[in-house]
Structures are given as structure tokens and as C-alpha cells.
Design a protein around this ligand. Structure first.
Ligand code: AMP
Length: 281
């Protein structure tokens, strides 16, 4: 497994693999890996990628002032062992100074689908995400890039980025991986101690409740979203950020009778801001 630490090293590796006829798959992460991340590596393999590169970069430009950039969990040694066991060919670990050297002044804005939901609550977040992913695309030159549906709005933003800037990269979404009790896996779950860990289940419980209603025939968007919202509002340790119903493809708001809906929720539980979603169709 090759370790690449600068954009130049990443490009050289990618150029060599491409010349050798490899199909390159990219799996971007912020590290502190869990089974959700490893599932993305497997999905890249299932897409016919024979040279898979995972990146680990805690991207400062996607954190707002006062968010958890400094205390975001990091464990490079463990992550590298995990990726080696998962069979990736290379790991890209650029430093902050390599990605954003002094004088850096170029950003990428995906204007439409970045609005609302997390875009409204975390100003500048998706601008940071789109910028860093554009830089990863240009350095790693993948044929395929895999992202989790856990970050559903992010996946929509990155589909728009790849499409609008003609990257020619296939964007593949991968299903949410959950703990046995339903909690969506997240590096930020490391912040959940004691009763906060139990309280965090209100997000998935609300989404499962909405799914049960949908499976029972409920098609009113308001009723489905209300069921998810109620579980979060009834949890004293949780502070609801949003619970909204959107079109699964466009993320446009939906109301009234629906054929398909994605319900997206965000809440603060103790020190952790958590997000989750479910698509019903
Ligand atoms: P992160 O390291 O949190 O920035 O996530 C890196 C990638 O892993 C993103 O594409 C996420 O959507 C994806 N991911 C994170 N958690 C999960 C999960 N529980 N299931 C599936 N994908 C996930």
C-alpha cells in the first residue's frame, strides 16, 4: 500500500496507474475510519476498480469557526492498518499546507443544492467540501468516486460538481452502514458518552418510525416527517436542528401526497452534531 503525501505524488501515482490500464476508484474520508468507510472501499471494488485510493484529510475549509475542527478525532496509524486490511492500493494523506498553501484563493461553489438543510445551518460548509473534493479529483484522477448516502446532501452536491465541471468521473452513492441498534456510523459518534449514546438513537428511531408508516400506506409528506421529528423532540438530551422531507433526486422540498421522499434529520446530542436520513419509495 503506497502512502502519498502531496498532490504531486498523488498525480504521479495516478498517471502511472492509468498508463498501466488500471481503473482508479477514489474514496475520500476525514479518517478515524469505521465500517461505513470500509463499505465504500468495497463498493469501489464492485465497480470494477482495480486501483483504489482512499484519502484521509480533515479539511479545515468545511468547518465553520467554533465547530470541531481541532478536536475532530484522528488516528492515522489505526486508519492505515484498516485500509491495508481492506486492500486499498494507496492512501493519499496531504498536509493542510499542501492543500492550502499561503496565498491560496480559489473556491468552488455549487449554488443550488447546497442551500437549505446543512447548507443553511453550516454556512460555507459545502463550499469547503466542493473545493476539497475538486482538488482530490484533480490530483487522484479517478474513474469512479464513492461517497456515502449518510451525507445525502453532500452526495447531491458532489454529483452536481462532477457533472457541471465536466470531471468525467462516475459518482457512486453507497448505503448507510448502521450500528446493530440503528445508530448511523460516524466518526463523531466517538463524542457520545454514557446517556448521550442512548439518546442519539432518537434520530434513527424517528426515521424507522416514518418508514413503518410509509410501509403501512401513509403517503402524506407532512405526516411522515412529523413522525421522525417527534422522536427527536421527545428526547430531552437532543436538540433538533432540522427534520425535512425532500425529493430523493433533486432535494427539492415536497408536500402533500408523495410517491417517494427522503427524510433528512439533524440534531445535537451532547457535544455531537448528528445527521441521518432515509429514502422511502
Ligand atoms: P467522513 O470521513 O465522515 O467525511 O466520511 C467519508 C465518507 O464516508 C463520506 O462519503 C461519507 O458519506 C461516508 N460515510 C460516513 N459514514 C457512513 C456510514 N455510516 N455509512 C456509509 N457511508 C458513510
Amino acid at each position: 500500500m503506497k502512502l502519498l503525501r502531496t498532490p504531486a505524488e498523488m498525480r504521479a501515482w495516478s498517471d502511472a496507474r492509468r498508463s498501466a490500464g488500471a481503473r482508479i476508484g477514489l474514496v475520500p474520508t476525514m479518517g478515524y475510519l469505521h465500517k461505513g468507510h470500509i463499505s465504500l472501499v468495497r463498493v469501489a471494488g464492485s465497480q470494477g476498480c482495480d486501483a483504489i485510493v482512499a484519502s484521509i484529510f480533515v479539511n479545515p475549509t468545511q468547518f465553520s469557526p467554533g465547530e470541531d475542527y481541532e478536536k475532530y478525532p484522528r488516528d492515522e496509524a489505526r486508519d492505515l492498518a484498516t485500509l491495508e486490511a481492506a486492500g486499498v492500493s494507496a492512501v493519499y494523506l496531504p498536509g493542510v499546507g499542501d492543500m492550502y498553501p499561503p496565498g491560496y484563493e480559489t473556491y468552488v461553489d455549487v449554488v443550488g443544492v447546497s442551500q437549505g438543510l446543512c447548507g443553511a445551518r453550516r454556512p460555507g460548509h459545502f463550499r469547503g467540501v466542493a473545493t476539497v473534493v475538486a482538488k482530490l479529483f484533480l490530483a487522484a484522477k479517478p474513474h469512479v468516486a464513492v461517497f456515502g448516502e449518510k451525507d445525502y446532501q453532500q452526495l447531491a452536491v458532489l454529483r452536481a460538481l462532477a457533472r457541471d465541471l465536466d470531471f468525467g468521473i462516475e459518482i457512486v452513492g453507497a448505503p448507510i452502514v448502521r450500528e446493530d441498534d440503528g445508530l448511523a456510523m460516524s466518526s463523531r459518534n466517538a463524542y457520545l458518552k454514557g446517556e448521550d449514546r442512548t439518546a442519539a438513537l432518537c434520530l434513527s428511531r424517528g426515521l424507522f418510525r416514518a418508514k413503518a408508516l410509509f410501509d403501512g400506506g401513509e403517503r402524506d409528506a407532512g405526516a411522515l416527517v412529523a413522525a421522525a421529528r417527534r422522536e427527536i423532540e421527545q428526547e430531552p438530551r437532543a436538540v433538533l436542528d432540522y427534520a425535512e422531507g425532500r425529493d430523493p433526486e433533486t432535494l427539492a422540498p415536497v408536500n402533500g401526497k408523495i410517491a417517494a421522499i427522503t427524510i433528512l434529520v439533524a440534531a445535537k446530542v451532547g457535544p455531537a452534531r448528528l445527521i441521518d436520513n432515509v429514502t422511502l419509495k
